[in-house]
Design a protein around this ligand. Structure first.
Ligand code: TRP
Length: 364
């Protein structure tokens, strides 16, 4: 293969705009990795995967495609440093999925912990769509089509990566060494792996109404911070406060840097000092929230401004998705060709297949 860099790949379902959980869990590392010369990064919008539980809601997916693309550009994901593409524009992925389906049992899909959780969350009333049940297989196609060795993602994706690895091992052992086994790269700090909602719920999500979006206006961000769940026992400022499940402190752990303290709250050098004061008693939730607001506004402000510029240039956004998809498709087509060849399906291109028969039936 001509490409010697290691491939990184990540995708997002376009079911809503991206929020700060996506930012600390994944987008931030993509921005760092796009400048790392060791890697070649693919980033895609998983519209087909989003349709597996939104078949009757295609307009939502179509609209969020562009919202997610705007969020990418807004955070600083650079189309010149990454291949940014749209899943549905790569039909090769569907064909790979169909071959991989034969390597996975129904029982295995039903035991996937991420799928189990999602089935509970989504309570499908007309039954579970087959496409939804099999999306882990299609995700393995997404990953392997680009020979991705690393998948920067949230920890909820680990069972899907494990599924992909099993498919790779099965494929390679049956058909020969064609596919690359993927590994997850998780956000370094545990707190960034899963940011809770502003209400303290374990997960931040659009359906839960507890997210801070990258595109939220500054007054909306502020209001959400002021309503955040903290420590219900911390009634008076002098009372000792508790950090566990305390949303502003969790967000500060994900966002606050020493520069923020120097600029907005110089009485503390870092979060440890601030947290110690809170636990001792004497630091009010209002001060904590006010500081969090300064921190988040300084991080999100430039993102929001950049987004507004791209919103005025929708043609640019579509063009970059189209160019990226053309480039990505060529790579996926190359992998598919190797897969079909390994499986012995290239009947008309691979002359070794017909030569075998010629010699089998050759008159002695
Ligand atoms: N499952 C991912 C999500 O929920 C989206 C996704 C689809 C993905 N295919 C992928 C992520 C491949 C990483 C690699 O957002």
């Amino acid at each position: 293969m001509e490409n010697k860099k290691e491939v990184l790949l990540t995708g997002d379902r376009p079911t809503g705009r991206l929020h700060i959980g996506h930012y600390v869990g994944s987008l931030r590392s993509r921005i760092k990795l796009q400048d790392d010369p060791r890697y070649d990064q693919y980033i895609f919008i998983a519209d087909c995967q989003a349709l597996t539980d939104n078949a009757r809601n295609p307009e939502k997916i179509r609209q969020n495609l562009i919202e997610v693309a705007l969020d990418y550009l807004a955070v600083g994901i650079d189309p010149n440093k990454n291949t940014i593409f749209v899943q549905s524009q790569i039909p090769e992925l569907t064909e790979l999925t169909f071959y991989y389906m034969n390597l996975v049992t129904l029982g295995r899909l039903q035991r996937n912990p991420t799928i189990k959780t999602e089935i509970k969350e989504k309570n499908f009333d007309g039954g579970i769509p087959t496409g939804f049940m099999t999306y882990p297989i299609s995700q393995a196609a997404d990953i392997t089509a680009f020979n991705a060795k690393y998948v920067p993602c949230g920890e909820d994706q680990e069972p899907l990566l494990e599924q992909a690895r099993e498919i790779v091992r099965a494929f390679n052992s049956i058909y020969g060494d064609v596919l690359v086994e993927p590994n997850g790269i998780f956000a370094a700090e545990g707190v960034c792996r899963r940011l809770p909602g502003i209400d303290g719920a374990e997960k931040m999500g659009k359906s839960l109404g507890n997210a801070i979006y990258l595109a939220d206006e500054s007054d909306v961000v502020k209001k959400k911070i002021m309503n955040m769940f903290t420590d219900p026992q911390h009634l008076r400022i002098e009372d000792p406060g508790h950090l566990e499940g305390n949303v502003p402190f969790i967000y500060l752990a994900a966002f606050a840097k020493p520069e923020h303290f120097a600029a907005f709250l110089p009485q503390y050098k870092n979060l440890d000092e601030m947290a110690a004061h809170y636990t001792r008693g004497g630091l009010g939730d209002g001060t904590v929230k006010k500081f969090l607001n300064e921190v988040l506004q300084s991080e999100l402000g430039p993102i929001r401004e950049r987004r507004k510029q791209y919103e005025q240039n929708i043609d640019y956004v579509y063009d970059m998705l189209q160019q990226g998809s053309i480039k990505a498709r060529a790579v996926a087509a190359e992998t598919l060709k190797r897969v079909r060849r390994a499986m012995g399906l290239e009947y008309f291109e691979d002359t070794s297949l017909r030569d075998e028969y010629k010699s089998k039936y050759a008159k002695k």
